[in-house]
Write a protein that binds this ligand. Sequence first.
Ligand code: C6P
Length: 419
Amino acid sequence: MSTSTSSAVKAAFDIEEIRAQFPILKELVHGKPLVYFDNAATSQKPRRVIKAESTYYATINANVHRGVHTLSTKATEAQEASRETIRTHLNAKHAHEVIFTSGTTASINLAANSLGQLLLKKGDEVVISGMEHHSNIVPWQLACERHGAVLKVIPISESGEWDFPSANQLISSSANRVRILAISHVSNTLGTINPVKELVAEAKKRGIVTVVDGAQAVPHLKVDVQDLGCDFYAFSGHKAYGPTGIGVLYGREELLEKMPPWQGGGEMIDQVTLEKSTWAKLPFKFEAGTPNIAGIIGLGEAIRWMNDYDLVAMAAHERTLREHATKELLAIEGLRIIGTAKEKVGVVSFVIDGVHHYDLGTLLDQQGIAVRTGHHCTQPLMERFGVSGTTRASFACFNTNAEVDAMVAATKKAVKMLR
Ligand code: C6P
């Protein structure tokens, strides 16, 4: 099991070399070669990640931080090596600022519960945006309800971007009641890359704690939490070529130290008596119970795998796919792209007059093409655009322009059948 980032970044972006590493791409769906365009829901996994997980189970399976025996030590070392890989990747100051969770949803719930308890009082405000995934809406609604705080929402423009002046106005309310700003780095539905650094800087001037949902950013952008200046950053392993059931909450040490634990149990304690307990040091205070050790090891390997490539070249490849798809799809009569921001990752969401997204998704599947249809867990955003759902193609580094052409041809065929 490799634990170090290989020093040499691969010189050229060789799509065939990349595709060869994803066993699933050889699968047929309804007898057709799989075209997988549902990477925003979950990305496919390179062989190295699959192997890292199975090697853990086959050779060092044991619980971590609990035993003196050899396997437990090896499992602990492999887990902590992953934490260090993620620390380096995010440019966090300390490894103990990297908390393992089961995914972005769990990371944001942790932040909302614990920060809510630490910071929110009656009449305080939490600011989110109108393009958030339900995972970055509902935990804050619950926290606001619990503490009598008020949820404020940054409006979204026709192109699918924050209305920045309104955002600034919301976080600089004259009463100075905003305590938390929780925003996504990249929209899962629109693909918009938000100017997080700029808004976080404005929030910081006012002492507002910032939480960034990075679920759709980590797979596509080089994220540097110190450069962004945010206090918290959440992401899921499974969207970044890693396993399901594992995620990260990065948190700034100073705040994590002050925050109460969210879940209680083994591993997160220092001393327990029947009367009261004291807490373990970071990061373990926030990691109650046996972690997803195989998932953590798999995630570390996924991040090392990504870092073997030039991430800028990967992003450029995905941008080319998105531009090609956008141009070709717009040639279909009655097709409208939802989300036309200048800065986007490889996501194309669209609606077609007279065609229901669910029917289109079903017909594309029959051609072996996997896209997501529906509201993408962003119902308020769907309401903002006056649609019940969209068809969404979301690209990863292993996708090709030929696959985009196959999707466009299949869409044209489906439209003929459905209109
Ligand atoms: N979006 C999509 O198809 P979990 O499920 O915890 O790994 O991630 C939740 C989540 C949070 N924020 C954003 C921006 C997301 O995109 C997601 C997951 C998937 O768009 C599944 S709904």
